[in-house]
Design a protein around this ligand. Sequence first.
Ligand code: PMP
Length: 352
Amino acid sequence: MKAWENNLRQVVPYVPGEQPKRSKMIKLNTNENPYPPAPGVRDALDAVEEDLLRRYPDPTSEVLNSTIANYYGVKTSQVFTGVGSDDVLSVAFLTFFNSDKPVFFPDITYSFYKVWADVYRIPYATMPLDKNFKIVKEDYYPENGGVIFPNPNAPTAIYMGLDEVRDIIEHNRDVIVIVDEAYIDFGGESALSLIDEYDNLVVVQTFSKSRSLAGLRIGYAISGNERLIKAMNDVKYSINSYTMNQTAIYAGAESIKDKEYFTKQVNKIIATREKTVKELEELGFTCLPSKANFVFAKHDKAAAKDIFEQLKARDIFVRYFNQPRIDNFLRITIGTDKEMEELVSALKDIIG
Ligand code: PMP
């Protein structure tokens, strides 16, 4: 063994869903949006001139941050942007979770939380979801070093009402509470309405799902407490000044401006979700109640892993987690109506 091997950082990384490169496939495995981004996004990309590419971007990404701030009726100093909400959450872990006490998050949740805690050496404790896969708010009452949970939770898709979110924040006034709202636009009510009441609340959202911009990588945090946003920026500027590139800044701002398009696409996905849930139930699936752009479904007879593999053989990709309690579920992203019809017809065939 070489001496340097003792000093090698060893981590178990987060494993993202596959990005297969098939010409004809139905990709329902990473909660992407099946519709194109707002038309203004394309125009903004075309308008990014070479001179702009030659230069470093604005490190404060003012154009993007102020557009987000205007949209939500907050100050630009209340907005932090990053390279997808993964980047925002990673900076938030580094900025807010520096206690010796464990950070609390659910046992079944976005699996990146555990990875950030490990890589940053943050102690954590996971709180089990109840038998209906719901977050138990009382589990978050004991003393801790911070709290984070997605709402709706992933991969369950279950939304927790704002009264319960408020209750968790009320019981954690001495630490930072992060609500990860990656899927909030698909039917939930955002905790952004609470930011003026709680100076320990940070709400994180993304352009990847409801705005069809997973490929551009834009996420943001909003807080009523400008000090928290300043602290996140201080950490960011201690790692990389230029996280937001020119195209993300200008195209992202255009996406935010087109509210009509946004609402139309989101409503389309919600309608397809409701239709798909009915069809899956007719086939013998149970779907956890979803307020996201995906459903978490389990069949009463067929094993999830088999279904997953048989779908894959037909170039239909869904997500399977080989984890206790959820290893008989499939996470299925809501695609277009046509994609979901093809999925349902393949499932009919597989299940027989
Ligand atoms: N939070 C949750 C709960 C997610 O499922 C995802 C998507 N993998 C993210 C955050 C990160 O998404 P992005 O980095 O694309 O904004």
